[in-house]
Design a protein around this ligand. Structure first.
Ligand SMILES: [Zn+2]
Length: 327
């Protein structure tokens, strides 16, 4: 099941993340286009493509398959073996190549292992709690240097974007409005199949705040049903269009299975990031908003947008993690 485009979902294995992990192990030397010496050593005996590979680098390693998870002592032995070193060097080389191919300044940093259970949310900056309502979250409480990329609406269905995210090991949480997505739910099914989350952004993308409870419930809960039918799993997360909501919104969302309502602190565009706070920086747990939009509306493509986000996040020393693993 492990292929180069899989990522770690809950309880699953994924490899693209391992690419980034291998690079992170090389420290800052991955920057500025320099190939770390370990990567050069690993690649030196083989031609980059098509040539014979040294026996120490089996084909499976060359394909960047994730190492099997072994019990403690066996794992330690495995990790210090020559084979493991060669495999990590190969993964590092491949990660650099992938980053260069997509025009990144450097490979993305590896996100830490997600928590085995989603942490319980307590009142904190960026978290609004109310009895009997799903929490509203601008920033996930965490000490880790991670942020989360969320992509909204669903108009532009660019296969290059989903391929780039998969190859770089960037996890996405999408919030999809039915009226934009329904022309091709297959695109979002494929995102879900590569480990990305497809969440609820209502049927018609109306400003919920001005609607009565029944209409809000219809907008939210019908999209819960629609996504469950189209994607195969019922969303746990819901984001109100424009970030506009009131207590009826939260009550309606909670009534049809929504567990949390993530908003955002930063918004990303193909040419810039906009920050909510005066320090104009990312903070651990920040949620970044962007949109499925094409060059008709934006000064760049979806791959341009992802390049901007990853370069900015990496330059500030953060990794992109999967929101749905934390909320
Ligand atoms: Zn929207």
């Amino acid at each position: 099941m492990a292929g180069p485009r899989r990522r770690r979902g809950r309880g699953g294995l994924v490899v693209a993340v391992c690419l980034a992990a291998a690079v992170a192990g090389c420290g800052g030397s991955a920057g500025d286009g320099a190939v770390p010496s370990t990567a050069r050593a690993g690649a030196s005996a083989a031609t980059d493509r098509g040539g014979p590979r040294p026996a120490a680098v089996p084909a499976a390693a060359a394909a960047l398959a994730a190492p099997a998870v072994l019990p403690g002592p066996a794992r330690a032995e495995e990790e210090t073996s020559g084979e493991a070193v060669a495999r990590r060097a190969e993964a590092t080389r491949a990660a650099l190549e992938t980053a260069r191919r997509w025009g990144l300044a450097r490979p993305p940093l590896a996100a830490p292992q997600p928590p085995s259970a989603r942490p319980e949310l307590r009142a904190a900056q960026g978290v609004k709690l109310a009895d009997g309502r799903p929490p509203v979250v601008y920033r996930v409480p965490t000490e880790e240097r991670i942020v989360f990329l969320t992509v909204d609406d669903g108009a532009e269905k660019d296969p290059e974007f989903s391929r780039m995210a998969a190859e770089l090991g960037i996890p996405l949480s999408t919030f999809v409005a039915d009226y934009l997505a329904r022309s091709d739910y297959g695109y979002f099914r494929r995102l879900a199949a590569q480990g990305d989350a497809v969440n609820n952004h209502t049927i018609n993308h109306r400003n919920l705040k001005v609607l009565d409870y029944g209409t809000q419930r219809d907008e939210i809960c019908r999209q819960q049903d629609q996504l469950e039918g189209q994607i195969g799993s019922r969303p746990r997360l819901f984001r109100p269009p424009y970030g506009e909501y009131n207590d009826d919104t939260l009550r309606a969302a909670g009534s049809c299975g929504v567990e949390a309502v993530p908003l955002w602190n930063e918004e990303a565009f193909p040419d810039r990031m906009e920050y909510r706070y005066e320090d104009q920086r990312l903070h651990p747990g920040d949620i970044v908003l962007t949109h499925f939009r094409g060059t008709d509306l934006w000064p760049g493509s979806m791959p341009d947008l992802l390049r901007k986000v990853v370069d900015e996040v990496t330059a500030q020393g953060f990794a992109l993690a999967r929101l749905d693993d934390y909320l």
